[in-house]
Ligand binder design. Structure first.
Ligand SMILES: Cc1ncc(COP(=O)(O)O)c(C=O)c1O
Length: 453
């Protein structure tokens, strides 16, 4: 289903390249008299033919390009210029340990929302000081884990959470570094309502008109160190207004809190949310974004934290899937693939649009629903889509699936989750192996071990 696009620009670029020209580029990087591999005429991600990956790893599988992630990171980093700012990648977008390591090598910190994400972050070699902990429902156990890891900041989302954090910190004999996540209550325009978080009446953050009083309470709690303010207005945002208005509100609140508590705040976390191009949207002008943010917070003396997720990884990945069958029903054409909503939930959950390209185009197109094997009518990758007239056995690449793809995969219909592959130049590696049937049932028992009081 295609979401309406109000701001059309240059058509979103495929990250795939094709044929001998692409192969030549790779040879230029590594000058060897390599014979072209059998998949040379098919689409490649960086230097690696997707056909080779499908043959060796199987389908469905996610394939990410390291160069794309590095480019996005550099672009955003550069756009912030001299601003005292750090990018804390939002782990929820794509939490593969290899992706986290790649971003650590670039200098990123992390934004986490659970104990599981903290566990991954530490496995990937991050230190507590690299990590901010967001999330509307942190448990005391998760707080304890994050305190022991000495995270940089807890982004606290309610007064009750603040008291819980104070309690847990007291138990451990430490002071928790805290920022208040405030709901700036701004208007946010995103393609789907589920990706808005900074509007009035949402579950996220402390309601704006309560934030000053929560700040005053924080200042009195013995095991809390109030260090900053935080907002996150939503995801897939291509206008700057919500950031501008939100930041103005937070800067005003900062002055009020500092005046009332005599505490100087150190951090301003402005969240994530920058959009990527899925279809024909105009891409975000990151330089302009950098200028807007710098103009507002440049002279504030605050250390700025950004939590980009989708922007860094969204366009860097494809979901590789094989056509299983073709069928015609009720005058409609169906392309049935081995990937479905359990592998990529976004089309069915958010009505999200993802470009789909044939790895080796047939040269003919058709209009079809591209659907998965799951027993749900809502299981689709694309509806009424003009698409390559792919036949059973052909490979399709679902574009821009690097963010909120694999991480939202499920085992519904007892389907093992797909593999993940990282490409870097002309090399590729499996970074998450495909789940097995044993993985599916590992934690289950056939005969219950009954207990009673
Ligand atoms: C608190 C927080 N920070 C950052 C992000 C990352 O957002 P995005 O992937 O749109 O940059 C999210 C995602 O919803 C979030 O909830």
């Amino acid at each position: 289903m295609r979401t309406p696009i109000d701001c059309r620009g240059a058509v979103g670029k495929s990250i795939l390249s094709r044929g001998r020209a692409a192969a030549k580029q790779v040879d230029e990087v590594a000058p060897a008299e390599k014979a072209l591999p059998p998949d040379a005429e098919g689409a490649r991600l960086e230097g690696v033919p997707l056909g080779t990956i499908a043959r060796e790893v199987g389908t469905p599988c996610y394939v990410y390009g390291a160069a794309g992630i590095r480019e996005q990171y550099a672009q955003l980093r550069d756009a912030l210029g001299k601003l005292d700012a750090r990018l804390h990648y939002s782990v929820k977008a794509n939490s593969s340990i290899a992706i986290l390591s790649l971003l650590r090598d670039l200098g990123a910190g992390l934004d986490i929302v659970s104990g599981g994400e903290l566990f991954r972050a530490l496995l990937a070699g991050y230190k507590g000081k690299d990590i901010v902990f967001s999330g509307v429902g942190k448990t005391e156990r998760e707080m304890e884990e994050a305190l022991r890891a000495e995270v940089l900041l807890f982004n606290v989302e309610s007064e009750q959470e603040l008291h819980a954090l104070n309690r847990v910190s007291k138990r451990l004999g430490v002071k928790a570094p805290a920022a208040l996540r405030v709901n700036p209550e701004v208007l946010v325009d995103t393609p789907h309502p589920y990706t808005r978080t900074g509007e009035k009446g949402m579950k996220f953050g402390i309601p704006f008109d309560e934030a000053l009083s929560v700040g005053k309470i924080a200042a009195t709690l013995p095991n809390i160190r109030l260090l900053g303010l935080d907002m996150h207005v939503g995801s897939q945002i291509s206008q700057f207004a919500p950031y501008e208005v939100g930041l103005q509100r937070l800067l005003h609140l900062r002055r009020e809190i500092e005046r009332a508590t005599k505490i100087s705040l150190e951090y301003l976390d402005i969240g994530g949310g920058l959009a990527v191009t899925y279809d024909a949207e105009r891409s975000v002008d990151v330089r302009q974004f950098g200028k807007v943010i710098s103009a507002l917070v440049g002279g504030s003396g605050l250390k700025v934290i950004l939590e980009p997720g989708r922007f860094l990884v969204g366009n860097a990945g494809v979901l590789l899937t094989r056509v299983l069958y073709r069928k015609r029903s009720g005058g409609k054409e169906f392309i049935i693939t081995d990937a479905g909503m359990t592998d990529l939930l976004r089309p069915s959950h958010y009505n999200a649009f993802h470009r789909i390209e044939a790895v080796k185009p047939t040269g003919r197109t058709t209009v079809a629903d591209v659907v998965g094997p799951i027993c749900e009518s809502g299981d689709f990758l694309a509806l009424d889509r003009q698409i390559d007239d792919a036949a059973p056995g052909d490979l399709l690449a679902v574009q821009s699936t690097g963010a909120y793809g694999f991480v939202m995969a499920s085992n519904y219909n007892s389907r093992p989750r797909p593999a993940e592959v990282l490409v870097d130049g002309d090399k590729f590696a499996v970074i998450t192996r495909r789940e097995s049937y044993d993985d599916l049932t590992r934690n289950e028992v056939a005969v219950p071990d009954w207990r009673s009081e």
